[in-house]
Design a protein around this ligand. Structure first.
Ligand SMILES: [Fe+2]
Length: 266
């Protein structure tokens, strides 16, 4: 009798953990707010999202994410890429559908691409995005006017699958300027000054984070250093790293909810 109770409890507990890891936590999007002191960008609100990893039949999830982005009353939406799930388009939401979904983002929207996008075909994605007037920044920049401000948004190629060239990305720009990079690992090598903010993703916070220790598996040569949140170095160089909205490799999250970042410049 006692053995049966132990067995049933163990099975139920195992099932609960499995459901939590695969179905509950990966869908608990956390809105993370940051206030950044910056006289040049004061009054501006940016939504930063990344690592969407849209699976094949996830239209409802896409609708939820786009609606959450639009609810934040942002002046500008920025992303550091990874729209594709897995390594190929067959497991993923079709690129045309992803572009159509992203076109519903109301504020001006700019993005770089990630390693998963590269594997599915950067050029194909860029063309599809351009059909919907979405600008992909790839070692390039664009000058935008929002409210009374002129801002440069620059983006570099992905570190794992391309050649990030910060110098080229920032060519002919002046501050205020914001730099998008899929991988946060280029942070210590960025020597250029007057970058108001650097945004990065890719690491998903590790997806599984052990309390007090952090992520146990993280694809960064710096371990947990740039795994998530606001990082400020000794020269006041600032980077915000998103834990991403989706998952890759293992479709699970533990103690590492997906996040959508809202930045208010004060
Ligand atoms: Fe990535």
């Amino acid at each position: 009798m006692n053995h049966s109770i132990i067995l049933i409890t163990t099975i139920l507990l195992f099932l609960f953990i499995l459901i939590w890891l695969t179905l509950i936590e990966p869908n608990q999007i956390e809105i993370k707010h940051y206030k950044i002191q910056d006289p040049q960008l004061k009054g501006l609100r940016i939504v930063f999202a990344g690592d969407f990893h849209f699976k094949k039949h996830q239209q409802k999830r896409a609708d939820k994410i786009i609606s959450l982005i639009n609810q934040q009353n942002a002046d500008l939406v920025l992303s550091t890429g990874d729209y594709i799930y897995c390594h190929k388009e067959s497991a993923s939401m079709p690129i045309a559908k992803i572009a159509e979904n992203l076109s519903k983002i109301q504020p001006p929207f700019y993005t770089t691409l990630g390693n998963h996008d590269f594997w599915a075909g950067n050029e194909k994605i860029t063309k599809e995005f351009e059909k919907h007037n979405i600008t992909v920044l790839s070692n390039s920049n664009t000058k935008i006017k929002i409210k009374d401000k002129t801002i440069y948004i620059a983006g570099v190629e992905d570190l794992q699958t391309g050649s990030p060239n910060v110098e080229k990305a920032l060519e002919n720009t002046t501050s205020p300027r914001i730099l998008l990079t899929h991988s946060p690992d280029i942070f210590p090598d960025i020597w250029q000054e007057d970058i108001n903010l650097i945004l990065a993703g890719h690491l998903h916070g590790g997806q599984i984070r052990i309390p007090l220790i952090g992520a146990i598996i993280i694809p960064s040569k710096y371990g947990n250093t740039y795994s998530q949140g606001l990082i400020v170095d000794n020269n006041n160089k600032k980077m915000i790293v998103t834990k991403g909205l989706g998952t890759s490799i293992l479709p699970i999250r533990f103690n590492c909810k997906p996040d959508l970042i809202v930045i208010d410049f004060i």
